[in-house]
Structures are given as C-alpha cells and as structure tokens.
Design a protein around this ligand. Structure first.
Ligand SMILES: [Zn+2]
Length: 266
C-alpha cells in the first residue's frame, strides 16, 4: 500500500466539457487515487447543467452553476437574457455550493462589454440572494469586476486563474476572495503570476486546474492544447509549493483549508 500523501482540492474545473465524455468516471477515480479529495465542477452554459447534475450525483462533485462570459462575449453570444431566469430556477432547486463561473473577459476580440456586465451583475444578485460564494473569470477586467462587487455584496469566493497587480489582488482579498493559481504558474516565464504566488498571504491562495484548459509545464509548452485534468493537481500543487518556497504538505493543507472556509465558512 502506498502511503497517503497530501490531500488537495481542485477549486476550479469543467468536467462537463466534451473532452471528458469518454472517461469522466475514470478521471474522477484517478484524481481521488492521486490525493484530490474534492473537485469543484463549473458548467458554464445552461445546456450543460443537467450533465453536471448527473456528475454531481454520481461522483459527489462540488458544483456551481453559472453562465460563463465566453458564452455572452461577442455580439452573437449564445446565451440569452432569459437564461438568467433558468439559472435562478436551477439554483433554487438544486442548491449548488456556489455560483460560477461568472465574470468578465475583455481580451477576446469584439467583446460586448455592456452585455457581459449585464449577465455578471444579474448573477451576482443570484449569489447574494442565495448567500452563495462565486467563482470569477478575470481577464483584463479586474477593476470593473471589483466595481460591481463593491455594489452587490456577495460573501466572497474565488478569483480563478488570477492575474493582475498586487494592489488588485489585495482588493479581491478584502472582499472575501481567494486567488486561484494553477498551470500558468508552473512556467518559469510567467514571472508576474509567480511573484503574486510568492507575495500574497497564504490564507488567500487556492489551487486549481481549470481542466480541460491551462495545461501545466509537464504536459507541454505554454498555451498547448494538451488536455488538463484534476488528476494532475497534486503534481501542479507540488510545483506551486516550490515557487512559494513551502513544504508541499503544508501548502496542500493551507489551500484545502482556504477552499473550505470560502465554501462552508469552515
Ligand atoms: Zn474556467
């Protein structure tokens, strides 16, 4: 019998993605065997909620429902305003642990900022009304995200794949957020993110894969299309602990504690 190593929580992934259709159960089993004690699954479109519900029941995944900004990004975005009412019904009925992935992406070409903000604000209101934390997508949008968070008081959450300045990081922390680090920080050239990982308080750090996206350095070059998976989280976490200059076990314990505090006030 192998000894049980550090236990990790994947604070952000998308097991609803078609990339996992062939081996979803095996991926979850391998993740558990590798020391991933919990997985937060975040379907980003109302058409994926049923599939995510099935995974939640089958595998005990922690689940968030939300409309991802990529689905409302461009002028022809595929989510409709009435999807917000559908989301609210799902939240009422299924009682997810969080709302997400929601947020703003001002990087993609021809993005529709006002429409993205509308969806973001409406989903913050749902999180507030049901007293749930949120998982945030942050891309070139830190200050606008913060502006709305100051007006609509949610109880905090996760700023996933965080990038931004140290000051912006501190503002999210003040509002009850933990910052998510994953595959990007495993690349030595990601200097700014690695600096943040070293400098922000340990109480504010969680780890994530964003699987099937953001593959770490050991799966390929930066930005490769290799499939990421929660089963890789322990190895990613060990690399992040090294950047942080922390003992792997202590880093795993701290980041697990942080996820539990955000989700369950534990
Ligand atoms: Zn994501």
């Amino acid at each position: 019998m192998a000894t049980i190593g550090p236990m990790w929580i994947d604070s952000h992934c998308h097991l609803d993605a078609p990339e996992f259709d062939v081996d979803r159960a095996e991926v979850v089993a391998r993740s558990r065997a590798n020391g991933v004690s919990a997985i937060i699954n975040l379907p980003g479109h109302i058409d994926h909620f049923a599939q995510a519900k099935a995974s939640r029941n089958a595998f005990g995944l922690i689940t968030g429902f939300g409309i991802h900004p990529m689905w409302v990004a461009g002028p022809g975005g595929e989510s409709k305003r009435e999807d917000i009412a559908t989301l609210r019904k799902w939240v009422e009925r299924e009682k997810p642990e969080l709302i997400g992935e929601i947020g703003l992406d001002f990087f993609i070409p021809n993005f529709n900022q006002s429409e993205q903000e509308w969806f973001y604000v409406e989903q913050l209101k749902i999180a507030r009304d049901f007293d749930l934390p949120v998982s945030l997508h942050v891309r070139r949008s830190q200050d606008v995200l913060l502006k709305h968070l100051r007006k609509i008081k949610v109880r905090g959450g996760f700023a996933h794949a965080f990038n931004g300045s140290a000051q912006q990081a501190a503002e999210f922390v003040k509002l009850g957020f933990c910052l998510g680090f994953g595959g990007t920080a495993t690349f030595p050239q990601a200097q700014q993110i690695r600096r943040l990982l070293r400098d922000v308080p340990i109480e504010s750090i969680v780890v994530e894969t964003d699987a099937p996206d953001i593959p770490p350095s050991f799966l390929g070059t930066m930005g490769s299309r290799a499939r990421n998976s929660p089963e890789h989280l322990p190895r990613i976490g060990a690399l992040l602990a090294e950047v942080r200059g922390m003992d792997v076990e202590a880093f795993a314990r701290a980041t697990t504690t942080n996820v539990n505090r955000v989700l369950f006030r534990g």
